[in-house]
Write a protein that binds this ligand. Structure first.
Ligand code: KG4
Ligand code: ZN
Length: 338
């Protein structure tokens, strides 16, 4: 039996139909509409604009997803929806739609935390031979709003090891891109700019915040100030790509180093990477190299499941179902990670 999942936390509107397999989740369809290009001229997401686009796209996206999966409403076992954290206007569109469908189609409603959904992208399988993460696993969630390290003992017992004291890694990439004159979203554009050069100017050095501290706290807000100082000192466009490269490396160095620390302390069987920043090429490569040295297997979602999508929401709802009352549930903007 299949479920329909809905995602609308930021500037993406997603719907997906999925079903459980022996060990993971099979995706039958995954539709996403993004308003990212509309926000580009503002250098970041404008919440009201995002929500208004979602009102227009939510029904077509759901219809497309059901039709692609060749599933009728009466074939569905449940409706799943992200209930937070996210932008309140955006969340409201998805949650109210899911509540309405749950009541109209008389199907249970499953509530999903957005960050938990990101993690479960690692349980999406494309064939029966594909492996899923073995517990205990260390999870690194890196998105536009979060940077968190967790120890997952099994599907239900999770321990939050630490997170950012200020900006998330993705937020830092987005704001530094703006300082560098690169378009929104910052992460992929910093990566693309960094890819055009090799580091040759010794003047371009950014700090690796908290890298030498024990514990699992992160701090990325100072990198914005440091980047802005570098731009003032080296204002020519030649330096933009050099700074982008150093920034990408600084963020990746910190993320890899803290993950390594958690592996040494907790000896997990696997590490799972998740969230929009997990699409970062350097992060995926560096983490893979480090984990090979330590003999721990790394799981990263396929690129299309790294940034916001509803397939990961379906995966979380199927792996860890949490039924909510459609007459009572409301979106929660600041919901904690577990
Ligand atoms: O998970 P996500 O789609 O939305 C949130 O839950 O926040 O993450 C969006 C973040 C943005 O900050 C974006 O710049 C970043 O993910 N991102 C990347 C890459 N692709 C997206 N950061 C670094 N490298 C990338 N390739
Ligand atoms: Zn996200």
């Amino acid at each position: 039996m299949a479920i329909l999942a809905i995602e609308s936390t930021c500037d993406e509107t997603g719907a997906s139909v999925a079903q459980k397999t022996r060990q993971g989740v099979e995706i039958l369809s995954n539709s996403v509409a993004s308003s990212a290009t509309i926000h580009q001229k503002y250098g970041g997401v404008v919440p009201e604009v995002a929500a208004r686009e979602q009102v227009k796209s939510i029904i077509p996206v759901i219809e497309e997803s059901l039709s692609e999966a060749k599933i009728q409403p009466h074939d569905l076992e449940a409706i799943a929806v992200t209930v937070g954290p996210g932008l309140i206007g955006s969340l409201l569109i998805g949650v109210e739609t899911a509540k309405t469908l749950s009541l109209a189609w008389n199907r249970p409603l499953l509530g999903v935390n957005h960050m938990v959904a990101h993690l479960f992208a690692n349980w999406i399988v494309e064939d029966e031979a594909q492996l899923v993460p073995e517990f205990p696993t260390v999870a690194l969630i890196v998105s536009g709003g979060h940077t968190d390290l967790l120890l997952l003992k099994n599907l239900h017992e999770w321990i939050w090891l630490g997170g950012t004291r200020d900006d998330a890694a993705g937020e830092c990439m987005d704001k530094c891109a703006r300082i560098l004159g690169l378009p929104y979203p910052g992460g992929p554009n910093i990566q693309a700019s960094a890819d055009t050069v090799t580091l040759k100017d010794k003047k371009i050095v950014l700090p690796r915040p908290l890298i030498h501290e024990t514990g699992y706290d992160f701090s990325f807000s100072g990198l914005k100030t440091a980047t802005s100082k570098l731009v003032q000192e080296c204002p020519t466009s030649d330096f933009t790509a050099q700074i982008a490269l150093e920034l990408n490396q600084a963020i990746v160095d910190v993320l890899v180093s803290k993950t390594r620390l958690a592996i040494l302390e907790f000896a997990p069987k696997s590490v799972v990477l998740a969230g929009g920043v997990s699409a970062n090429k350097l992060l995926r490569e560096k983490l893979k190299q480090e984990l090979e040295k330590l003999g721990v297997s790394l799981f990263v979602p396929r690129l299309k499941y790294c940034t916001d999508n509803a397939a990961m929401v379906a995966a979380a709802a199927l792996m860890r179902p949490q039924e909510v009352n459609p007459l009572e549930v409301s979106p929660i903007p600041g919901l904690e990670v577990i």
